[in-house]
Design a protein around this ligand. Structure first.
Ligand code: ADP
Ligand code: MG
Length: 729
């Protein structure tokens, strides 16, 4: 091991866990202490304003601007008492992170001093100088105005000395430039459509919430080792590195004891998360070495999503206090599992109904089947689009590898639910006929066993699995903003429920009894959306063939997958539900293609540099010592004996020569491919060129580097190896 590398590794392995001071109080006491939640609203606002604000939050009704001043003043009073000096509008532009620009509360007081001020105007709307955020051409720099606008449904919170106000980010002309604005529209659309359908069963339902429970996977690496890997530092993943002799074969990491240094980090993270009102609940080791998972109790989708964005930045910050770097890239290491972010999704009502849970009587079971089957229809119709919603340059490494769902969206239902649907499909239409009055009970809907809820019938290979009381969308990437998937899923569901209602209403208008009409339509749907239902092994090659026959989207090229956003069905869906316009979709796709290109471009540059200035020189140096050895052996031994004794070294010399020559050649080819691609001005075409002609060189070059890693003297190899990066002591 090179001296430098040895020092880094030694330091990493001898680090002691930092001491995490537990708060004196119990979690229930410090939970949400940094959040302007209802308790604080009640304390810092007048009764009248409190009532108005709660009404906006609970019903989604329009905000009465006249309350903004008092809300701002109340927030400021609370924040200043908490030692806060600054405020920021906190939003999620199309970069996959969050953005903030801090301003302090101070204003001139007219007497030569300053006072702390925060007006309703500043709370409600701001115009960040944000012309450099991606916008896909919606805002050209001449009218680079973008507005951030307050989202009252997600409470303000304090990070360090700053009051953060969750906001949407939109263009001067009204188009969304972020994830939150379309997410809120999608949630409103599904609310409205689902309430209408609920009224067939429960007329008192006023609001339907989408719930999201995310499970965040991540890797930790020692900070010192991370810093010595320029590829990790610049691209978030290792662009080279031979498999460690031991990685995850023994599966001894999964659910294993958590290393003490990591446990200290987790404890710290959880305390801070709880103070921010993020109800974190579950932590465990994941499958790959150094891989972990964190999950909260599910929450309303918009809030849950803000909490996920917040926890990702919290993780990054707290990891550094413990001498770690957190890797959220979907595939930081080749040959071991990547990281995803399961999105557990369900719908629930203001009256306390869980719409994805079976019930005890006929009505609730029919309602359950209605929502499940409509979900399947939505996923079936828009399976390509759903895939597009979770696709990125980084998540493409994870999907389709032998660990995560394939790049084909299908749904796992399990034995029991499959049996229920089959029963409904096969029952005779006659048995649906109402026999009058409450005899709707005679409608043939099977008993749904309650064990469905503690369903252990799991299939980890399915990208969209029913798990008892929710669907689990598992294809989302660890680094992604869940909103991307949630926008598509909730919009597709909204469109589907609307269509369902209109078909059922037609049948009712034609004289059919309500439940019979519902069951009739459901029965038809079960048949139509059958191709999306797949309970088998999603990793298998047979499935890829089968999925193609079923007409599911099997495209694997990321830039082409993005085309799904602009298909006629997608544009119609987004426009009909009022979630996004064609113009917005087009602009966002420009951003997606451009981001894809840039990511591959950066990886290609980093790998090219490292190959030529780290790998080839070291390999050549080692090769020279071998050559030297061969010459000297010939000096001290008779030729015949020396020939025999140096056979192996000659082989190595040749192998090194071959690999280094190919590396240089491939790097040249990659640079040439980049030059050609860079001349293309159309973003889509450029991304396709990067995918087809630049990206393949990355693996090609890497394979030679990884071979060299096995040959070259370990003392000379400067980059930390997988066995060091992946095993925290
Ligand atoms: P598993 O690893 O078995 O999938 P976890 O307990 O790690 O389960 O995570 C499950 C996630 O699903 C949690 O965030 C949990 O709160 C969430 N969840 C549970 N029930 C629902 C539901 N009805 N709707 C949405 N999310 C749910
Ligand atoms: Mg899960």
């Amino acid at each position: 091991m090179s001296t430098l590398r040895f020092k880094m590794v030694e330091e990493a392995f001898s680090k002691k866990p930092s001491n995490v001071e537990l708060p004196a109080e119990r979690p229930s006491e410090y939970y949400a202490m940094y959040v302007f939640n209802r308790e604080k609203m009640f304390k810092y606002l007048s009764a009248e304003v409190y009532a108005k604000l709660i009404n906006v939050i609970d019903t989604g009704s329009a905000l009465d601007r006249s309350i903004a001043d008092e809300v701002a003043a109340g927030k400021k009073k609370w924040a200043v008492e908490m030692g806060v000096t600054h405020y920021t509008h906190w939003f999620a532009p199309l970069t996959e992170g969050t953005a903030e620009k801090h301003d302090s509360f101070i204003e001139h007081d007219g007497k030569g001093g300053v006072i702390e001020e925060f007006s309703g105007k500043l709370l409600v709307q701001q115009e960040p100088d944000a012309s450099s955020f991606p916008n896909g051409g919606i805002r050209n720099t001449f009218e680079a105005r973008g507005y951030s606008a307050w989202d009252p449904s997600s409470p303000a919170f304090i990070v360090d000395d700053t009051l953060c106000i969750p906001t949407i980010f939109i263009a001067y002309t009204g188009e969304s430039l972020d994830y939150k604005a379309p997410l809120l529209k999608a949630l409103r659309a599904v609310d409205k459509a689902a309430v209408d359908v609920c009224h067939y069963f429960n007329p008192d339902v006023r609001k339907v919430f989408a719930n999201l429970g995310w499970e965040q996977e991540y890797f930790l690496v020692d900070e010192g080792l991370y810093a010595a890997r320029p590829d990790l530092l610049l691209t978030g993943r290792t662009l080279m590195g031979h498999d460690s002799a031991k990685n995850q074969q023994l599966e001894d990491h999964y659910f294993g004891a958590i290393p003490t240094r990591v446990a200290a980090f987790m404890k710290d993270l959880e305390i801070e998360a709880l103070k921010l009102g993020i109800p974190v609940k579950t932590r465990h080791n994941e499958v790959a070495p150094n891989q972990f998972e964190l999950a909260p109790i599910f929450e309303e989708c918009n809030l849950a999503n803000d909490h996920n964005m917040l926890i990702m930045s919290l993780m990054r910050k707290i990891a550094r206090n413990h001498g770690f770097r957190v890797l959220l890239h979907e595939k930081p290491f080749k040959g071991v599992n990547g990281s995803g972010k399961h999105n557990n999704w369900s719908l629930g009502t203001d009256t306390g109904l869980a719409l994805m849970s079976p019930g005890k009587d006929f009505t609730s079971n029919l309602r359950f089947v209605t929502f499940v089957v409509n979900t399947l229809m939505a996923v079936y119709k828009h399976n390509g689009l759903l895939k597009a919603s979770i696709m990125s340059a980084s998540s493409a490494h994870r999907l389709g590898a032998n660990e995560a769902p394939p790049a084909i969206i299908s749904s796992f239902l399990g034995k029991q639910l499959s049996a229920v649907l089959r029963h409904i499909e096969e029952s005779e239409p006659e048995s649906f006929q109402s026999l009058g009055g409450k005899t709707g009970m005679k409608l043939d809907i099977p008993q749904i066993p309650e064990i469905l809820v503690d369903n252990t019938d799991r299939n980890r290979t399915s990208p969209f699995a029913f798990t008892g009381n929710r669907f689990e969308f598992r294809a989302a990437g660890a680094e992604s903003n869940c909103a991307s998937a949630m926008i598509v899923l909730n919009t597709a569901m909204a469109e589907q429920l609307k269509e369902f209602k209109s078909v059922v209403d037609e049948r009712i208008a034609a004289g059919e009894e309500t439940f019979s009409a519902i069951l009739g339509v459901i029965r038809e749907y079960i048949r139509i959306c059958k191709p999306i239902h797949f309970d088998g092994n999603g990793y298998s090659d047979e499935w890829k063939e089968e999925a193609k026959r079923r007409g599911l989207d099997c495209e694997t090229s990321v830039p082409l997958i993005y085309d799904n956003y602009l298909s006629e069905e997608s544009v119609r869906m987004f426009e009909k539900t009022g979630v996004m316009t064609r113009k917005e979709l087009e602009a966002r796709n420009e951003v997606k293609w451009e981001t894809y290109t840039k990511k591959i471009q950066i990886e290609a540059r980093v790998l090219g540099d490292l190959a030529l200035n780290h790998i080839v020189p070291v390999a050549t140096k080692y090769q020279s010592t071998l050559i030297d050895n061969v010459y000297k052996m010939h000096e001290i031994f008779p030729k015949e004996k020396a020939d025999k004794l140096t056979v192996r070294n000659l082989e190595l010399i040749e192998a090194i020569a071959t690999h280094t020559a190919l590396i240089k050649e491939h790097v040249d080819n990659m640079i040439e491919a980049r030059k050609v691609a860079n001349r293309i001005s159309d973003e889509r075409e450029k991304a396709i060129a990067y995918h087809d002609t630049v990206f393949p060189w990355l693996d090609e070059i890497r394979s030679h580097i990884d071979e060299l890693e096995l040959i070259v003297d370990d003392q000379m190899w400067t980059l930390p190896k997988y066995r060091e990066l992946l095993f925290i002591r």
